[in-house]
Design a protein around this ligand. Sequence first.
Ligand SMILES: CC(C)(COP(=O)(O)OP(=O)(O)OC[C@H]1O[C@@H](n2cnc3c(N)ncnc32)[C@H](O)[C@@H]1OP(=O)(O)O)[C@@H](O)C(=O)NCCC(=O)NCCS
Length: 177
Amino acid sequence: MLEGKNVNLRVVEKEDLPLISEWTANPDFLGEYVSLWQKSKAEWQKRYDNLHAEEKWFLIEKKDGTKVGFIQHFPIESFQELGYGLVPNERGKGYCSEAVELVVDYLFLSKDVVRIQAQTDVRNVASQKILEKAGFKKEGTIRKNDFIRGEWRDRYLFSILREEWKEPKILTRTEKK
Ligand SMILES: CC(C)(COP(=O)(O)OP(=O)(O)OC[C@H]1O[C@@H](n2cnc3c(N)ncnc32)[C@H](O)[C@@H]1OP(=O)(O)O)[C@@H](O)C(=O)NCCC(=O)NCCS
């Protein structure tokens, strides 16, 4: 468990997959700036069973244990990329900002990684603010990368380098496993 001030990150277990399947089947959960996915529980199970050794999914939980979203990190070449989402009625409270800062601390503290990146629709201002608050820098635009709600959309690519991170923002302990 990665412990923050207002949220904890708990590794997704097999038992959590129905909840993730339910969330991601709901267009309101994915929001306006992410392609719609429709995956069955079996497809989620298969994806989960074949996770890369350097990929991890976490549930974002409030301190009372309420599950409010998820965040994942996964390898791209020699670095790591993040993805995240929150249930609509828990947005705007800073939970995802904290979750991103926790995972950045966790990755730089526990892995020999020099770069963490994230990609976001150019219109997704909330996601861009989260990344900038966590110390990410915008690197550029990936043109016509996503087919979202019937049209091709551009993305921004963000990254943070180890030398820009310097020290943990939140996390002082890393999980044992
Ligand atoms: C992106 C998402 C995780 C943001 O969650 P959130 O709870 O609003 O994020 P936070 O509260 O931690 O912070 C968001 C920041 O953006 C700001 N913000 C939120 N919506 C905004 C908008 N439409 N325009 C401008 N700023 C906005 C908030 O005020 C906050 O800024 P602040 O810290 O300076 O006050 C959430 O909207 C979501 O799950 N969306 C659907 C999935 C998704 O888009 N995932 C990201 C894919 S890259």
